[in-house]
Design a binder for this molecule. Structure first.
Ligand code: ZN
Length: 207
């Protein structure tokens, strides 16, 4: 991030003073692209700098843990479950400097306003989430957040079929539900060429 800030503000002061201004960072990508891992990495660095950090995730995502966000690689960070974006505003302490939100796609568009309000208040807001659903459609509110964010990171997985960088979450079971929180083996990462916008048989690797 420091490098990005330096690039973006060439010739300008390279730090945001947390006393005066906040900003929004979005980490977006497909499943298995390391979004939560990247979020946790940033949160940990903030904590090492002794900044006050609060983390939230939607109630729907209780896959691994009720009070932690957990990456597929087992990195974890404590978090509070919330049911709606407006709960974030109510729960953020006045002296909190960094707010992390995981699984941003499970919130409604109110999250855009919440993030904007916090940033204006001087908070560094970091939101991770899926940018597309299993049909490849942009998944609100992530597109709106990408538009208003100061900093964007697109994470990529590796295509299970061909090994190219993957930008899509391929569903491998039949369901028309947009939200079907996956157990292992229900989705796989695919590149643009290998992705199909409906359920497809899982890739089998002979080994
Ligand atoms: Zn591929």
């Amino acid at each position: 991030m420091d490098e990005l800030i330096a690039q973006a503000n060439d010739g300008e002061p390279t730090h945001h003073s947390r006393l005066t201004t906040g900003w929004i960072e979005v980490i977006a990508g497909s499943m298995f692209s390391g979004k939560s891992e990247e979020l946790i990495r940033r949160l940990r660095r903030a904590k090492i700098a002794r900044q006050k950090v609060q983390v939230f995730k939607p109630e729907i995502d209780s896959r691994f843990s009720h009070d932690h966000i957990v990456s597929h690689s087992e990195m974890r960070h404590e978090s509070a479950n919330i049911r709606s974006a407006s709960e974030v505003l109510a729960k953020v302490d006045p002296d909190t400097e960094v707010v992390g939100i995981d699984e941003g796609q499970f919130f409604d568009n109110a999250l855009v306003d919440v993030a904007t309000q916090l940033a204006r208040r001087g908070v560094r807001v970091i939101i991770a989430g899926l940018d597309q659903d299993y049909t490849g459609k942009p998944w609100e509110p992530m597109p709106q957040l990408l538009a208003v964010a100061e900093y964007i990171t697109k994470t990529h997985a590796i295509c299970m079929k061909c090994g190219q960088p993957a930008n899509y979450s391929q569903r491998t079971f039949e369901s028309e539900e947009r939200v079907a929180v996956g157990a292992g083996g229900m989705y796989e990462a695919r590149c643009r060429r290998c992705f199909v916008p409906h359920a497809d048989a899982p890739t089998v690797h002979p080994d």
